[in-house]
Design a binder for this molecule. Sequence first.
Ligand SMILES: *Cc1c(COP(=O)(O)O)cnc(C)c1O
Length: 404
Amino acid sequence: MTSDRLALDGGEPVRRELLPYGRQALTDDDIATVVQVLRSDWLTTGPKVAEFEEAIADFVGAAHAVSFSSGTAALHGAVLAAGIGPGDEVITSPLTFCATANCVLYQGATPVFADVSDDTLNLDPDDVSRRLSPRAKAILPVDYGGHPADLDEFLALADRDGLTVIEDAAHALGARYRGRRVGSISHMTVFSFHPVKHVTTGEGGMVTTNDATHARRLRMCRNHGIDSDARARQASGQWYYEMTALGCNYRLTDIASALGLSQMSRLDTNVERRRTIARQYAGSLAAIPGLRLPHTRSDAEPAWHLYPVRVDPHIVRGERDEIFRALRAEGLGVNVHYIPVHLHPYYRQRFGDRSGWWPIAEQASRELISLPMFHAMSDGEAQDVVAAVRKVMRHFVADPRTSF
Ligand SMILES: *Cc1c(COP(=O)(O)O)cnc(C)c1O
């Protein structure tokens, strides 16, 4: 039995070794497939790229999947493929990783933030509709934590005004919305293969779409604005190519694609494991006063990239940051997702001080703590998370008579 004294105050920590909030899991098979590619003729834009793209398209149920060198590059590609440029506006969430809004700036357009809904912390369709101006060209919802955004509402708004819905699903590979897989619903859906995400390629990203024009533009964008790739030219004995638009080199390598492809075979199992951990947390932590667990809507099956809890400042003594430090001292690699984008120094400098403009996102960001959540977590590690949260919350809940 660990003592009740917080590790922060010199007590025995629940864990000696820090449990990270997210972490990749690689198998010997993953490594062997990568080694095979290293011995092959193609290190980049070879057969593995196409196979990996097909595997993702099949998994989500989309007609096309176009790989990119990172999730951020994929977001940029999607914004470019939607024809967004200077003078245009894209409505997005402030409660996200800064890359979501940055990709709009890359194209010389303006990210317009709308507030989030208090339950899911996803972009609020009512606030989006209030902020749509004639300059708006796209809506860019984020599936926060892996819980799908209100996609049908955004598609209806987009239909009405001729906008594109670009979904940042970096957290949501494997999630379902109204029975459909995320990746088959929005005009374009963006995934990331960063090591903390559900499938990793080291760095990597993908855009899925059912629209052939979007797919063609995405392919050009990642390859300098050239309409064919080197492998296709070699196969057809052609040397001639033309650059017809300004693109980038955002190509994913065959080395990375082989790793992603190998990881795909365990995606369903891994998402299921995350769901099990989420259920275990919910069952064990629900009774703790002052701790608000992530809400799941009845029409959503989240992919559980994160397990973000909120500490209620009315019930809990002290600040979120104190609780955060206490959890770290107990050996939990807790994190905060996110600092609202408009509060970052770059955005303050460029757009002025807009603190207070998106109050729900800002309040959430003051209360949020992401508990460790990754598919390779053992039952024992999940129990450590529960034990550490219980131990720390006992010290901070205002009414010490409550027992949990
Ligand atoms: C991870 C992430 C990205 C960016 O992905 P990278 O592959 O790291 O470039 C974008 N948006 C969100 C919400 C993310 O979590």
